[in-house]
Design a protein. Structure first.
Length: 321
């Protein structure tokens, strides 16, 4: 029951659900470690049609709870270390009066399809979804652009997870500019049994000597995307974190090689890994790659998906539901 001390309360929805997409980095140029503990990036993100759904429901007390369903749900933290939890807390702190005078808490539910700790921004996507849902719950402006500053406080990939499409990310990856992309891309993704920690991969990148000046904007890739030239896109895909991810998980090399051998246009590690991403020409190519790599013992699961996808989107639902 919603108490009646705020006359606008009854006009507010009780639950808002947001659909968020995974991402792959088409290019991930990484510079040297900066004094703030982050690496300057020039990355091109593409949102992919693999979706999580994040529902946020207001509570009458001040508690926050988090539950998870779907693929690998048992690997997702259900406490304040989950970025989605922190997103709701951030909205509550920043917009205390709009959120509700009684200090409403929230129940967060995440239905997962995006691989967990797989280099596909699953946690960041959930944070973007929770941010948009919490903002919508208290009737704040919730367009992706307006939520960008809060998103950047939560994590480097969260701003892109709000906007989706294809974008160049600079700074920590949070300063975004849209990239025109003609045509769509077909992908196969091969996930691993065990995730990789993003900070650990960046650390190994430093230990291996880094790529000084790596944060150069990939103009060839951007031009290929704008022309819709699939072969030129395939030839321009790159990931400076790949060597570090393979150094931590040598078995990934074989996954990439097998995908290439059966006809993937390009095979690369997705973001900080360990998911391997294969760009393919058509459905037949996707089937071949998927069948070949799914036989490998180090591959947990394969998924085919298209990109680019939209960013965070409110799902229709009755007010008060
Ligand atoms: O921003 P996010 O929480 O995703 O970053 C996780 C970790 O990854 C950071 O603490 C940092 O160690 C590393 N990172 C980095 N440079 C970036 C982005 C992330 O070193 N541009």
């Amino acid at each position: 029951m919603v108490m009646m001390d705020d006359p606008f309360d009854l006009l507010r929805p009780m639950t808002v659900t947001v659909r968020v997409s995974a991402k792959v980095n088409l290019a991930l140029g990484v510079g040297g470690l900066a004094p703030d503990g982050f690496h300057p990036l020039a990355t091109v993100f593409e949102a992919i049609c693999i979706y999580d759904e994040v529902a946020v429901t207001r509570r009458d007390d001040s508690r926050i709870t988090l539950t998870v369903s779907g693929e690998d749900a048992d690997q997702v933290p259900t406490d304040e270390t989950n970025l989605a939890w922190r997103a709701v807390e951030l909205v509550r702190e920043e917009f205390a009066s709009e959120w509700g005078k009684r200090g409403h808490g929230a129940d967060i539910h995440i239905d997962k399809s995006i691989p967990v700790a797989g280099g596909m921004a699953g946690g960041s996507a959930d944070a973007a979804g929770a941010l948009m849902a919490a903002a919508a719950l208290c009737r704040l402006p919730y367009s992706p652009e307006e939520l960008q500053p809060l998103a950047a406080q939560l994590g480097s990939d969260v701003p892109f997870c709000l906007t989706g499409g294809v974008a160049l990310g600079r700074g920590r990856g949070d300063r975004l500019a849209p990239v025109i992309c003609r045509g769509r891309h077909r992908w196969v993704f091969a996930t691993s049994n065990q995730g990789l920690s993003t900070p650990a991969v960046y650390r190994r990148f430093d230990e291996l000597g880094g790529t000084p000046g790596g944060e150069t904007v990939p103009n060839d890739l951007i031009s290929a995307l704008t022309r819709g030239d699939l072969d030129a896109v395939a030839a321009s895909l790159s990931n400076d974190l790949q060597a570090a991810a393979i150094d931590l998980r040598p078995e990934l090399e074989e996954v990439l090689t097998v995908g290439r051998e059966v006809g993937a246009l390009t095979a690369l590690v997705s973001g900080s890994g360990p998911t391997c991403a294969f760009l393919v020409r058509d459905t037949a190519g996707a089937k071949k790659v998927s069948a070949a790599v799914s036989n490998l013992p180090q591959v947990h699961r394969t998924r085919t998906a298209r990109g680019p996808a939209a960013g965070a989107q409110l799902l229709p639902g009755p007010v008060g539901s």
